[in-house]
Design a protein around this ligand. Structure first.
Ligand code: SF4
Ligand code: SF4
Length: 250
């Protein structure tokens, strides 16, 4: 995570942004050239990786492994755990609703682009990437306070900005619709009766039936570790104790 923030973010300036999505959309609608993308080859490579990831894994490759601001929030969360600060768990019901907020914000942002283009830059500041990554928090105090707010919130609510607000995350989730395979293995017992992975998934990306919501999966691999371990996967533990009760993986 530190490598992501320092190398990819602060040093390489490879934080992808909704601003690029907006500019590309505008260029497509206005019939203009996309050559401006070549001015930032490092980010272009990361976009290519993210798009490649859509097909194989969904949004998780970028959001889980390549986003510097996502990593900053995760660092903030684990520092808070180390300091024994309280953690707020969003209820399932609220979580299910808040997840849609990022799509509403993305739709609002795209509406602003075409209806009030003069306000686009201001609205795009909803993502604090420019403040936290591009200009190293050296900006007017209110931008710094805004970025700091999300990092502090991330300390108590695990990656609250990513899960509920980020318009780029919404784009990544939509891009993830290109995914061609279900890469997270599941067993017949996942969901009924076993809820272990669902409870352990910090992103709320496993629903009660045991099915993976890939649009919310950040590819953290926690459930993959549980699935593969005879010490943690409940059906495997039961199978080891009473072999005849076990069922084969699906
Ligand atoms: S949701 Fe947004 S901030 Fe979070 S990892 Fe994805 S792009 Fe980065
Ligand atoms: S625990 Fe599994 S489903 Fe949840 S985010 Fe991690 S990899 Fe995805």
């Amino acid at each position: 995570m530190a490598f992501l923030v320092v190398f990819l973010g602060w040093w390489g300036q490879g934080q992808l942004s909704i601003v690029t999505v907006i500019a590309t959309l505008r260029a497509a609608v206005d019939g203009e050239s996309f050559s401006y993308l070549l001015y930032d080859p490092f980010s272009l490579v990361i976009w290519a990786i993210a798009i490649f990831g859509f097909v194989l894994w969904g949004r998780g490759l970028f959001c889980g492994w390549f986003c510097p601001f996502g990593a900053l929030q995760e660092i903030s969360h684990y520092v808070a755990r180390g300091l024994k600060l309280p953690e707020v768990k969003v209820s399932d019901r609220l979580d299910q609703r808040l997840k849609y907020l990022k799509y509403v914000l993305l739709a609002s942002l795209l509406s602003v682009v075409f209806i009030w283009p003069a306000y686009t830059d201001r609205f795009a500041e909803i993502e604090p990437f420019k403040t936290a990554i591009t200009v190293y928090f050296m900006r007017e105090w209110y931008y710094v306070a805004y970025a700091g707010f999300w990092l502090l919130l991330g300390a108590v609510v695990f990656k609250g900005f990513c899960r509920y607000v980020c318009p780029l995350g919404a784009v990544m989730a939509l891009g993830g619709l290109l995914r061609r395979r279900d890469w997270v293995a599941r067993r017949a017992e996942c969901g009924s009766p076993c809820q272990l992975c669902r409870v352990k998934c910090n992103y709320g990306a496993i629903n009660q039936t045991g099915k993976i919501a890939y649009s919310e999966c950040f590819q953290c691999l926690d459930c993959v570790k549980i699935y593969d371990s005879e010490k943690t996967c409940v059906p495997l533990i039961l199978e080891a104790r009473a072999p005849t009760r076990g069922k084969k993986p699906t």
